[in-house]
Design a protein around this ligand. Structure first.
Ligand code: PFF
Length: 449
């Protein structure tokens, strides 16, 4: 990945490098922190079904579109739309992406800070011997009654800025290649363990047995928002990454691998968490939704891990892995703002990063102090800005960008077959835009009435 802004642009050296970086952006708190509680509050199985449909019919086409826009334009999102559609207002999508990046960083980094607190608490042994209700109390008093979230937020945003300025992303990639598979192994092992506990079946039922009477326009909007958020699409992150992908890589299969890995991790997090809620605290469905708020992962995962010998070590390890997953995502979001500042406002990389971190910090501090601000940023970025960005991205590729460019990018100038192109074009022209528009209008209408 390019450390400097100027051309010639750098590129990912291997296919695995591309997938690792894009998956590093996609896999993060969205999968392990946000997906389970959104699924929990929005009814379980039915939410999961809509989520999966959104990934396939909307998420994948948007991801492929972002990659192809970025790779053909070789620019940041704002510049990419300017160069592909000169004189037209499509570049506004790029600007909206920069706004979304600010908003996401300002609440996401707060949660990333919580993971640092939980590394510390796991290590210090304070979580030991607590039941889920006590753990919830501890989480709430940490979040609402102490100043530590502020401290951790500042540390995490500083760390993200430092990585982006120092240009050590390549170094980080080296570690993530080992650490992310470890996270996956831990999640799978936890899921398997949790399934052996009495009462676990009820949790699986909650996650996998859809009760479609729970589907409201608002639930569908949230499933769509979660799909966008989890895949890192709709704000140009993957346009930026696409601009660093080599011409010989297959964009379609890259997108498929990234979306597949991302979805698998989210579902695994669900499989570890929901049975645990039922098995460990013996609660009914009412309590699932009561426990399922932003503290969910910080309550259930320590409960699971502390019920196994070696709990403190496992829990420390888990939160370290989670914070690394969060870091590879915050880097990618900050990169959207920094690349824009560098390429369009002609700032040096260092200045760009410092100004971005400073302004995100102001909004971030507000979101630490006021949970209303946190909730607003979380809801609006995922459920409004990202789907809106995605809508315009598919409309752009479906209706404005020349089909010659699309074909060239998807077949690597004719060197690979593009059997899926007609299906892809059908999805970006009709299915994805119509689906996003309907879900969006119904969801917003419903939310304000
Ligand atoms: N996809 C990340 C996650 O699931 O944790 C969050 C995210 C990263 C959203 C980058 C948007 C983005 F552009």
């Amino acid at each position: 990945m390019s450390q400097e802004s100027s051309s010639p642009r750098d590129s990912f050296s291997t296919k695995f490098g591309v997938i690792a970086a894009a998956a590093g952006s996609a896999i993060g708190l969205g999968n392990i922190w946000r997906f389970p509680y959104e699924t929990g509050v929005n009814g379980g199985g039915a939410f999961l079904v809509v989520y999966l449909v959104c990934i396939l019919l909307i998420g994948l086409p948007v991801m492929i579109s972002e990659f192809l826009i970025g790779r053909s334009a070789q620019r940041n999102p704002f510049g990419a739309f300017k160069s592909l559609a000169p004189g037209k207002p499509w570049y506004l999508i790029g600007l909206m992406g920069v706004v979304a990046a600010f908003m996401i960083l300002a609440f996401y980094t707060v949660v990333a800070g919580w993971t640092l607190e939980y590394i510390y608490q796991s290590f210090a042994g304070t979580l030991k011997g607590k039941d889920p209700i006590e753990l919830k109390g501890m989480f709430d008093s940490f979040r609402y009654e102490s100043y530590r979230p502020l401290l951790w937020f500042v540390i995490f945003i500083g760390l993200t800025g430092w990585v982006v300025i120092a240009g050590i992303k390549n170094g980080i990639e080296k570690y993530t290649k080992i650490l992310m598979p470890m996270l996956l192994i831990m999640l799978v092992a936890m899921s398997v363990y949790v399934l052996t506990l009495p009462g676990a079946g009820k949790g699986l039922e909650f996650l996998f047995k859809p009760d479609f009477s729970k589907l409201t326009p608002n639930v569908i909007l949230k499933a769509l928002g979660q799909a966008f958020f989890s895949l890192s699409i709709g704000m140009g992150t993957l346009i930026t990454y696409g601009s660093y992908i080599k011409k010989k890589e297959n964009l379609g299969s890259t997108a498929l691998s990234v979306a597949g890995a991302d979805t698998f991790i989210a579902v695994m997090a669900g499989v570890a968490i929901f049975p645990a809620i039922f098995a460990l605290s013996n609660v009914g469905e009412f309590d699932v939704t009561r426990l399922a708020d932003e503290g969910l992962v910080f309550i259930t995962l320590p409960s699971i891990l502390y019920s196994i010998p070696g709990g403190p070590i496992l829990s420390t390890m888990f939160f370290i892995l989670l914070s690394v997953a969060a870091l590879t995502s915050t880097i990618s979001v900050l990169e959207v703002i920094v690349t824009y500042f560098v390429e369009e406002l002609k700032l040096t990389r260092k200045r760009a990063t410092i100004s971005a971190v400073a302004s995100v910090s102001i909004l971030g501090i507000l979101s630490v102090l006021f949970s209303g601000v946190f909730g607003f940023l979380n809801f609006t970025s995922a459920n409004i800005l990202l789907p809106l960005g995605g809508l315009f991205i598919v409309l752009f590729v479906g209706w404005s960008l020349s089909k010659k460019i699309t074909r060239e990018e998807l077949t690597n100038s004719g060197s690979i077959k593009g059997k899926f192109i007609p299906l892809y074009l059908f999805l970006v022209k009709f299915i994805a835009p119509v689906a996003i528009a309907i879900v969006f209008i119904y969801g917003i209408w419903n939310a304000i009435h």
